[in-house]
Write a protein that binds this ligand. Structure first.
Ligand SMILES: [Zn+2]
Length: 443
């Protein structure tokens, strides 16, 4: 296989341990790995990056890709979390395998165009024959590194839960299918393109027993655990009333802390819970746009980072963002800390570090998230010659100015976006398929 050389990058944010920034150097990619960084590299296929910023590919740690079919649903536009869910559940109950596949491709395509090379997904409902397999097939076609999680809900309306009974599953069937998808698709190897996680939807949509059994199963299989935690005030009140404790305590009691666990949102973690997460290596998927959109609050990311908690970024599902642009999400993360903590609370560089290296750490991928020899060649090239960056004094402060779309994107050394165009899938055809499915759901 021919080497690939990214030539003469004007500025490189490596996101290595020392935070090294380089100017005017080349990057050699060989066999999906960064093989060499230096001046005057030759002997390979050249991809010129003069006038460009080069960063590691961005990492998305929380998404519900299926929701790209329910963006901007009028009745859910201004609802709080629980009301929002009750509006959307009946629509989602009409999904099937095709809806899952097309919506996943749409969400992943949008992420790729915004510089994302690795995404997790949290799929927790399986109506009408839909399977996790549908989203895995979608990601393979797009060419993105993918960490799908087998989500689940088991407490339906008749048991006092929020979702309609048609969207919940028996807990024994959930565990069986978790085993099936881990055995079929999980690849623990370095450079893996697919790692499966286990992810009951939230503490209020499954039983205490399933939370505990999911943790035991994940440890047995050597896979990661993921769920929603401490998202808003209603969430905390529910935990205190039903479980008699705060979410952090509930998680700890059931085996849901550790460096193989990451929780989405964590907007309402208190000081003790932040210390617990830091001490145990438990990760957080920070979803600033979704938190704003649903009025959930401002996650204490500054405090988490200062305490040593691993934090990554998530765009969250497209029913609560409703955009899936990951670099825009990083900008929002930076702005949101500033609005509560002051202008020096988070720099553009730190927010971009959270979006790259931070996400890779949360997902247990030390082989990704930085531009260094021996790391996987997941790289985004940002064209700084456009209108968004015209007049910028600091190319690396991309989150202050722009652009908000990548020019070129490499995943495992393979180019999947070139000159702002997705190479792997015909985007106009995909958009038309998605439009037709959304129209049918709206009828
Ligand atoms: Zn979510």
């Amino acid at each position: 296989m021919t080497d690939i050389i990214i030539k003469s990058a004007s500025h490189i944010l490596t996101m290595d341990d020392a935070g090294t920034e380089l100017a005017g150097v080349d990057i050699r990619i060989r066999g999906g790995v960064i093989a060499e960084i230096g001046h005057g590299l030759e002997g390979g296929e050249l991809h010129h990056a003069e006038g460009c910023l080069v960063t590691p590919g961005l990492v998305n740690t929380h998404h519900h890709l299926y929701q790209s079919l329910t963006r901007a649903v009028p009745a859910a536009q201004d609802a709080l979390l629980f009301g929002w869910l009750q509006t959307l559940y009946p629509i989602w109950s009409r999904f099937g395998p095709e809806e899952m596949f097309v919506s996943a491709q749409t969400g992943l395509a949008e992420l790729a165009l915004s510089g994302c090379t690795l995404s997790s997904d949290h799929l927790y409902l399986y109506p009408n024959g839909a399977r996790l397999d549908d989203t895995i097939a979608a990601a393979a076609e797009i060419g993105m590194r993918f960490h799908p999680t087998r989500g689940a809900m088991s407490i339906g309306e008749s048991d006092g839960g929020l979702p309609p009974d048609s969207l919940v599953e028996r807990e024994s069937a959930i565990l069986e299918d978790c085993i099936r998808v881990v055995d079929a698709f999980h690849d623990p190897a370095e450079g893996s393109m697919c790692r499966v996680g286990i992810a009951p939807c939230s503490p209020f949509s499954v039983s205490r027993e399933l939370m505990r059994d999911a943790a035991l199963l994940a440890r047995d299989k050597g896979v990661m655990l993921h769920t929603h935690l401490a998202e808003n005030d209603e969430d905390i009140a529910y935990s205190l009333e039903k479980f008699g404790c705060r979410p952090g305590q509930y998680a700890e009691d059931l085996g849901w802390t550790g460096d193989d666990v990451w929780h989405a949102h964590c907007v309402k973690l208190d000081g003790q819970e932040i210390d617990l997460f830091a001490k145990t290596g438990t990760g957080v998927a920070h979803c600033p746009c979704s938190n704003c959109r649903l009025g959930s609050g401002i996650a204490p990311v500054r405090k988490m980072r200062d305490a040593g908690v691993k934090v990554g970024l998530g765009v969250d599902g497209s029913a609560s963002n409703d955009s899936g642009n990951l670099v825009a999400e990083a900008r929002q993360a930076m702005l949101l800390q500033r609005v509560s903590q002051g202008a020096d609370a988070m720099s553009a560089r730190e927010a971009l570090r959270i979006a790259t290296r931070g996400g890779a750490e949360v997902l247990g991928r030390p082989d990704c998230g930085q531009i260094a020899v021996g790391k996987r060649a997941d790289i985004a090239i940002w064209d700084m010659s456009g209108i968004e960056a015209a007049g910028s004094w600091d190319m690396a402060a991309i989150l202050l100015a722009g652009p908000m779309k990548t020019r070129d994107l490499f995943v495992e050394g393979r180019k999947i976006v070139s000159k702002g165009t997705l190479l792997s899938v015909d985007l106009p055809v995909l958009i038309e398929k998605q439009r037709k499915l959304a129209l049918a759901l709206a009828m």
